[in-house]
Design a protein around this ligand. Structure first.
Ligand SMILES: *Cc1c(COP(=O)(O)O)cnc(C)c1O
Length: 436
């Protein structure tokens, strides 16, 4: 890789020089100016005031009257997940300046990512959910020979996907789009018996809790029956090594969300795995118009952004990032720790969202405000703060949250926001009656 980097940089600089000269000639301001943001540290991404790719553009959030939030929750889809680091933002802006042949970009980006993530092949998809649909289509095509225009099919026998009962989830929908039937199993004997000539794939939901069949056994049994395994690891980075761990184990296909921990564009994702299956996934993807993946188009900007995010990620250090997330949790804790009855805990989910979450428990009767009321108040104040959705609820974080807990995810906070969150929490918990 390093062999090509100097050329790449040179080309980009030349290009920026040229495009700026052109823009100047037309009396326009540059869309993508090199900025100081590139000098920022690994986790530092600057908020609002930090110039990024869109330095001189109109602020459309302002124009549209949409509040910019402080994300004290995590990489949640409904909160637009992550913010792309400046170098990824710049790659996206730069890609927007030129047309290319989409297939060429799909192929080249896949090969580049596969090399960097140590798998046979890769495809940039419009998200982990799209990757799951394309994985299902690829496995159907591989097993039945179905052409893209016959997925889903009204004539072929119904294809089957085997999953553990405790791995049933919302994203089953992504597989069902291909017209498959989902076959549930609980025990290992169920699993062995579930394979039929119509079985095309098995799906393993990596962060599911409570399944009786472990990753390795699941894989071995499927392979014994010559059936490929897909793993949904959408939110399971960090650690960075997970990006090659599961394909390395032998999973035929593994999907990741591009816009969560990887911090690529929110409408991007990765399908990693075996070459022949990735090839079939591509066949079933946009720009093929007669294919289940046609509505899952990934634009050139997002493809390039995904590649840039992988490059950015591989320069990151998990341990250093975790220390920074802990530091932010501590800044917040120091500001609220003397609230009466307050106790704190740091909770790291084991698989998905494997980062420190600050959990504050207290007695709402003594303090005078419930966690759900705190959440509402922080939403109404400006800047708007979004707490982790496990706040004030039972069941989302096992035994770690309930109606008396505030949950804060610190990893998506931008520089300085830890203190704002701490001060605003402190105000809510010590002056609960204050009218806004
Ligand atoms: C977020 C998520 C997805 C969907 O990812 P997108 O990139 O938003 O499509 C799929 N599966 C799991 C387990 C997820 O957490």
């Amino acid at each position: 890789m390093s062999k090509f980097e100097p050329t790449g940089i040179l080309t980009r600089r030349r290009f920026i020089g040229w495009s700026q000269a052109m823009l100047a000639a037309f009396g326009l301001s540059p869309l993508s100016a090199p900025t100081k943001a590139s000098a920022e540290g690994p986790v530092g991404m600057g908020r609002g005031h930090a110039p990024a790719a869109s330095g001189t553009a109109d602020d459309y959030y302002e124009k549209l009257g949409v509040e910019k939030i402080i994300n004290a929750a995590g990489t949640y889809t409904y909160l637009t997940a992550a913010v792309m680091p400046p170098q990824v933002q710049r790659a996206v802006a730069q890609a927007a300046l030129h047309p290319v042949v989409l297939k060429d970009l799909q192929r080249a980006s896949g090969e580049y990512i596969a090399k960097r993530l140590r798998c046979e092949a890769a495809l940039v998809t419009s998200g982990a959910s799209a990757a799951l649909t394309l994985a299902t289509a690829a496995c159907m095509a591989s097993s039945t020979g179905a052409a893209p225009e016959h997925i889903p099919s009204e004539v072929l026998p119904r294809s089957e996907v085997i999953v553990q009962k405790s791995h049933r989830y919302e994203y089953d929908h992504a597989m069902l789009l291909c017209g498959v039937r989902i076959v549930e199993v609980v025990t290992l004997e169920d699993y062995e018996r579930a394979f039929t000539p119509n079985t095309v794939m098995t799906n393993f939901f990596n962060s599911a809790e409570g399944g009786r069949i472990d990753r390795k056994t699941w894989l071995d049994v499927a392979h014994k029956h010559n059936v490929p395994c897909h793993m949904d690891a959408a939110a399971d980075m960090p650690p960075i090594e997970n990006l090659w761990k599961y394909t390395g184990m032998g999973y035929d296909l593994v999907c990741f969300s591009g816009g969560k921990g990887i911090r690529g564009p929110q409408n991007a994702g990765l399908l990693l795995g075996k070459k022949h299956l990735i090839g079939l996934a591509m066949l079933n993807d946009s720009p093929n118009s007669d294919a289940v993946g046609r509505g899952m188009k990934v634009a050139k900007e997002q493809i390039v952004g995904m590649v840039a995010a992988v490059d950015w990620l591989l320069e990151q250090d998990d341990a250093a990032n975790q220390v920074e997330y802990m530091r932010r949790a501590n800044v917040i804790l120091q500001l609220v720790k003397d609230v009466p009855t307050l106790r704190s805990e740091i909770f790291m989910p084991e698989i998905a969202n494997h980062v420190p979450h600050l959990i504050l428990s207290y007695d709402p009767k003594v303090v005078g405000i419930t966690p759900l009321q705190v959440q509402e108040r922080l939403r109404k104040e400006r800047p708007q703060i979004e707490l982790n959705p496990a706040t004030g609820t039972t069941g989302r974080l096992g035994t770690h949250s309930n109606e008396n807990t505030i949950v804060i995810g610190t990893w998506m906070l931008q520089p300085g926001e830890d203190e704002i969150v701490g001060r605003r929490l402190r105000a809510a918990l010590t002056q609960p009656q204050l009218q806004l």
